[in-house]
Design a protein around this ligand. Structure first.
Ligand code: ADP
Ligand code: MG
Length: 714
């Protein structure tokens, strides 16, 4: 125990929640994760520990009043692994070279021993060569074995050493040398393939440049991105990667946003448009004013979210953890029985059965099984992130695979986010300019797509208006605000009925708009109806296609949930081939509609815009927000976030989730079948020690390779 823990434990009230992320060298597999968990959990002040095996990271939530990071680092060091705070990573990873040399010595000694044996050389010479091979190869596993014994744990290293010592007792010198050498090679191969997986995943999050070209008065100079503040003017040349999020102030260009959104077509950017760190400038030069520091860029958030997503355990993982907990001790008990029962009760050869027990020991480590789920999930999440689909954890991926029915919001989801004003009709005593002007004053402060359409129309007509104060959004109904001391109300017929303003005038105005197929937005000032604005939305070009793909995946029913009027919603739903429409819904009615769908059809996904549809997204089994790039709220709340509003990504997400679940099942099956087969082969005496070693690591490598296929899944 470390002294810091003992002294601090007297202070129980002053909790100071903290979370630190450590990189851990030597944590390659579930075994080591379990060791760390067991070593750290008893530390006073530790609240939660999560080991991200694939990322080689350890997330520790703790009470900073009771525990400091260096106590954690020391505790990790006691297990034989090394940890450091993520941002303090050392430049040279230690011990890799020493390890390689020892493996080489082991291999050469083994070859020498086998050679001497084959040539009929003296036995003491070949035996000593085998012993050298065993000793050189056992240095690293031996260190690990000691560490795990110190915390009373039996990991693969301990089991392997016991097996090797046993082989030596049986005078199987060649076998002992071979097994150690193979084990060393196998572990090296396994950590190599894991490293490759890590590198592939990390490279997806293609990094942003470290330096940027900055405009200082009259000058241009290169400065490190890290220190750049908001409002700094960056000069982006053609073909360069954009270093920070910002807004274009000068110039025009096409920007390839694929690194963040997965969208293949470049987007036109001009003054006033947002650009994002990590995206690639096309043919034009631009000047961009920085809107976010390096740590807050959209890309940084995405990377952070993917990393935390990896840290969440999927349900399949929990099953495996439970299984692994009894598997290893179970096989060890079996090994003891195999070594003792047949010789003692049936008088069979002790040597034969002891050897079989040793093989069983090697088979007792379920390493491939333990990594089977995390590697699949991590590569699926990383592959999805590259295509602009952010899934917030394995659990959402598994639920997505089970989705039966889907509900989609209309405005901004099935239809284009930009609507058009079709009509402006003034009531007697008012004018079109007055109707649009007062509406725009309020709508300027609203984020609804309808609001943007109205404001755009007013700007197009060169009307002048000032933003109103005290604007309140009335979800599913409209918005209200104060303009020159008068209350202006904009919204649908339902809102006007609620406020007692839906007299014959208002109704007649609304009907004229509805008859044309558009949706009416009524405007009133101080309870006097000024007129109505007709807005129409247009379904997205790809929407019908996307729905068809979802149907082909067996998602049915697919229904539209909208707050809009039935007469505007029906024709769109019919053209898109939806299975149902629920119109005129308030946000809480959308929630009820989702619950009804779930009762009737099972797992339901809801697709919406993340801001207006937040309650419905939250209540669905999977909440999918669209077009979230640039909207932090939506990015944080949804279970699945689509960076752009490409509806085609929905079917991709479903396919990927199902492929992931299949991949996990295959991985579990591969590792279980191999283990069970080897337990049987070991008991019947058909398997040798070296075969068991090869099977053990072979399974891990197969599992990793299989999981990596998800990175490229389309
Ligand atoms: P959808 O479900 O189609 O996305 P919402 O629930 O966001 O629609 O809104 C439902 C209805 O409420 C809209 O069709 C419109 O009539 C009205 N509404 C909502 N917000 C506004 C606003 N800012 N201005 C005018 N009308 C609005
Ligand atoms: Mg909406």
């Amino acid at each position: 125990m470390t002294p810091a823990v003992a002294t601090a434990s007297s202070c129980a009230r002053c909790t100071l929640h903290a979370e630190s992320v450590f990189r851990v060298e030597g944590m390659c597999c579930g075994e080591e994760a379990a060791i760390l968990q067991r070593r750290l959990t008893p530390l006073t002040g530790v609240e939660d520990i999560f080991a991200d095996i694939v990322g080689q990271r350890l997330h520790v939530k703790y009470d900073a009043a009771l525990l400091s990071t260096h106590v954690i680092v020391e505790a990790v060091a006691e297990t034989g692994m090394r940890a450091w705070l993520e941002h303090e990573e050392p430049l040279v990873p230690p011990s890799a070279a020493a390890r390689g040399v020892l493996v080489l010595i082991s291999g050469l000694a083994l070859a020498a021993g086998l050679g001497i044996q084959a040539l009929g050389g003296p036995a003491p010479m070949s035996v000593s060569a085998f012993v050298v091979a065993a000793l050189a190869g056992a240095v690293f596993p031996g260190r690990r074995a000691l560490a795990s014994l110190r915390i009373r744990d039996l990991d693969i290293n301990v089991l392997m050493l016991v097996a090797v010592v046993g082989a030596m007792i049986l005078r199987e010198w060649a076998e002992a040398g071979t097994v150690v050498f193979l084990f060393a090679i196998a572990q090296w191969l396994e950590s190599r393939s894991m490293d490759r997986a890590r590198a592939a995943i990390r490279s997806l999050m293609s990094l942003t440049p470290d330096v940027a070209r900055v405009r200082t008065d009259e000058h241009e100079e290169t400065q490190p991105v890290e220190g750049l503040g908001l409002g700094t003017i960056l000069i982006i040349r053609p073909g360069e990667k954009i270093p920070l999020d910002g807004v274009v102030v000068l110039g025009r260009s096409d920007v390839n946003q694929a690194p963040i959104t997965g969208e293949s077509l470049p987007i036109d950017k001009g003054p006033g448009d947002d650009v994002f760190a990590g995206t690639i400038n096309g043919h034009g030069a631009m000047e961009v004013s920085v809107t976010r520091r390096r740590r807050d860029t959209t890309l940084a958030r995405i990377i952070h979210l993917v990393e935390t997503a990896q840290a969440q355990r999927a349900p399949a993982q929990q099953f495996i953890d439970r299984f692994a907990r009894w598997y290893t001790p179970g096989v060890i008990v079996l090994a003891v029985l195999v070594a003792t029962v047949p010789p003692l009760t049936m008088g069979m050869s002790f040597e034969t059965w002891f050897y079989r027990a040793l093989v069983l020991l090697v088979v007792a480590c379920p390493c491939a099984l333990v990594i089977s789920t995390p590697v699949s999930i991590v590569s699926a999440l990383a592959g999805a992130a590259r295509r602009g689909v952010l899934v917030k954890g394995g659990i959402h991926l598994e639920r997505l695979a089970a989705v039966r029915a889907m509900a989609l919001d209309k405005t901004g989801t099935l239809t284009r986010a930009s609507l058009a004003v079709t009509d402006v009709i003034a009531a007697a005593g008012s004018s079109e300019a007055e109707v649009l002007g007062s509406a725009s004053a309020v709508e300027m402060r609203s984020e609804h797509p309808i609001a943007a359409a109205i404001v755009r129309e007013s700007r197009g007509r060169h009307l002048s208006f000032t933003a109103s104060s005290d604007v309140r959004a009335l979800p599913g109904l409209g918005a209200q605000g104060l303009v020159d001391g008068q209350m202006v109300l904009c919204g649908n017929a339902r809102l006007f009925r609620e406020r007692g303003l839906l007299g014959p005038t208002a109704e007649a105005l609304a009907d004229r708009i509805t008859a044309s197929g558009a949706s009416p937005v009524l405007i009133a000032r101080d309870s006097v109806v000024l007129g109505v604005i007709g807005v129409a939305d247009q379904e997205r070009d790809v929407a019908a296609d996307a729905i068809e793909h979802l149907h082909r995946e067996g998602i049915r029913p697919i229904v539209m949930l909208t707050g809009d009027h039935e007469s505007a919603a029906r024709p769109i739903a019919a053209r898109l081939g939806l299975d149902g429409v629920r119109a005129g819904l308030l946000p809480h009615e959308k929630v009820a509609a989702i619950q009804a769908l779930r009762r009737e059809h099972g797992v339901v996904a809801m697709v919406g815009d993340g801001v207006n549809d937040a309650p419905a997204l939250a209540v669905a089994d999977v909440g999918i927000a669209m077009g979230v790039i640039g909207s932090d709220a939506a990015l944080e709340t949804a279970d699945v976030a689509l960076m752009t509003d490409e509806l085609s990504k929905l079917a991709y997400a479903i396919r990927l989730s199902r492929a992931t679940v299949r991949n996990i099942r295959a991985n579990i099956a591969i590792s279980l079948v191999l283990k069970v087969a080897f337990v049987a082969l070991a008991v019947t005496g058909l398997a040798t020690l070296w075969m068991a070693v090869v099977a053990d690591t072979g399974a891990s490598i197969i599992v990793i390779a299989n999981a990596m296929r998800l990175l490229r899944h389309d």
